[in-house]
Every structure is written in structure tokens, then in C-alpha cells.
Design a binder for this molecule. Structure first.
Ligand SMILES: C[S@@+](CC[C@H](N)C(=O)[O-])C[C@H]1O[C@@H](n2cnc3c(N)ncnc32)[C@H](O)[C@@H]1O
Length: 213
């Protein structure tokens, strides 16, 4: 992805671990949510990026088998560096999560984690991504979707509004998704979402199948 993002200047440690400031900032609050759900078994992380979350969170969730993935093969080096000593992390895989039908290679997952991708992709791609996540979940599985969202079409802070504008200037098809639109996409795939406020105006959507929520 050749977008200019606030984290573009992330530090790389001598062992190959990239340290994006935003991933570092949001790791603890996201982990807190995951830890409150008694997770065990397979967890698919989409868009793992640097792998910082996979390394830190999987170590704190030993009953989970964590599968990191990303669309960019180049990211696998940093993901491996973050996770090489964490026994419950599987080797990272390349996954374009906006492509149709990938769920067949990964289902059934007890949990799917997606952090900070929905605002960086077009709406059509996001709709495919959300329906593939739903199809990938085990019947009692849970999807955790973290990021910034518009509420009734409006950004929740001046910083969010500026970031959204900067994304749309780079590619008019991308930008923050409206919360109601995401909830509707999930509902179309049979998922009901609980909305959890997170630091810095972000949200965590915790989505489960209607028959198990
Ligand atoms: C802002 S970064 C977030 C990375 C990580 N989740 C985090 O919070 O630090 C967005 C990530 O999405 C990945 N990505 C972009 N398009 C994707 C796609 N279609 N499928 C999977 N990953 C994608 C990028 O390669 C990048 O690693």
C-alpha cells in the first residue's frame, strides 16, 4: 500500500522488528478487550502489519493459536521477528483479505482480529472483507474490528476529520467508513456487533453470529 500514513516513519529495530507508534499505543487497550473474552483456539489476524500486535498479544493469550497475515509479503519479515519466540503463533501467511472466498482457506476461526484497515480500503473491498470475516468464523466465534469510524457521516474530532480528508485526497475511493454502514454489512452476513468505545475516538466492534450473540 503506498498511502502516506502518520506511521510511515516507524522505527525498525536491529532484529527486524518494526515499531509503528500507533500499533504500540493501541496494543494494551486492544489486548484488554481480547483478554476479557476468554479466547482459546484459532485466532486469525488480518492485516498484521509489523507483527507487533501478534508478538505482544499472542504471548499474553497462551490458549490462542494466533495466525498472522498481511497482503504485503514484505511485512512477513517484521512479523516473523516479532513472533519467532512466541510458541502459539503460526508462521505468517500472505492474505489479501479483500479478495473473494479466502475464508475457505482459514475457516473455522474462534476469533478474527482486524486493526486499522477499514479506513484504508474502498467501500466495495470493505464489504467483501466483512462478509469473508463472517464466513470465516466458527458458529460461536467472535470478530474484533478496531479502528476509527464516522458517526452519522461525521468524524468525531478535528484530527480524525483531517486524516479522513488526507486519505480521500490520496484516493477518493477510500476513507473512514460510517459506523452504521459497517454494522449493516455485518448484519447482512448474520453478525450482531457490540460497540466498545476505545481511546482516541476509536471503536472496537465485537461481532458474533445472531444465533449466538
Ligand atoms: C495501518 S496498517 C495496520 C497494521 C496493524 N494491524 C496495526 O494495527 O499495526 C494496515 C495494514 O493493512 C495491510 N493491508 C492493506 N490492504 C490489505 C488487504 N487487502 N488484505 C490484507 N491486509 C491488507 C497493509 O499491508 C498494512 O499492513
Amino acid at each position: 500500500m503506498s498511502l502516506r500514513l502518520p506511521d510511515t516513519g516507524a522505527e525498525t529495530l536491529p532484529d527486524g522488528r518494526r515499531v509503528p507508534p500507533s500499533a504500540q499505543r493501541n496494543a494494551a487497550p486492544i489486548l484488554q478487550v481480547l483478554q476479557s473474552h476468554n479466547l482459546r483456539g484459532p485466532l486469525l489476524e488480518i492485516a498484521s502489519g509489523s507483527g507487533l500486535h501478534a508478538g505482544l498479544m499472542a504471548a499474553a493469550l497462551p490458549d490462542v493459536t494466533w495466525q498472522p497475515t498481511d497482503v504485503e509479503p514484505a511485512n512477513l519479515t517484521s512479523i516473523m521477528a516479532w513472533t519467532k519466540d512466541v510458541p502459539n503463533v503460526l508462521p505468517p501467511r500472505v492474505l489479501d483479505a479483500c479478495a473473494p472466498d479466502w475464508h475457505r482457506d482459514f475457516a473455522p476461526q474462534n476469533a478474527v482480529l482486524l486493526v486499522n484497515l477499514l479506513h484504508l480500503i474502498p467501500e466495495v473491498a470493505a464489504a467483501t472483507l466483512l462478509s469473508e470475516i463472517a464466513a470465516c468464523l466458527a458458529p460461536e466465534g467472535t470478530a474484533f474490528l478496531y479502528g476509527p469510524f464516522l458517526r452519522d457521516g461525521i468524524a468525531t474530532s478535528a484530527g480524525d476529520a483531517a486524516f479522513d480528508v488526507s486519505l480521500r485526497a490520496q484516493n477518493p475511493a477510500i476513507g473512514y467508513k460510517d459506523l452504521a454502514w459497517v454494522i449493516a454489512c455485518l448484519a447482512q452476513s448474520g453478525l450482531t456487533a457490540e460497540i466498545r468505545p476505545m481511546p482516541a475516538n476509536n471503536l472496537m466492534l465485537i461481532a458474533k453470529s445472531n444465533s449466538h450473540s
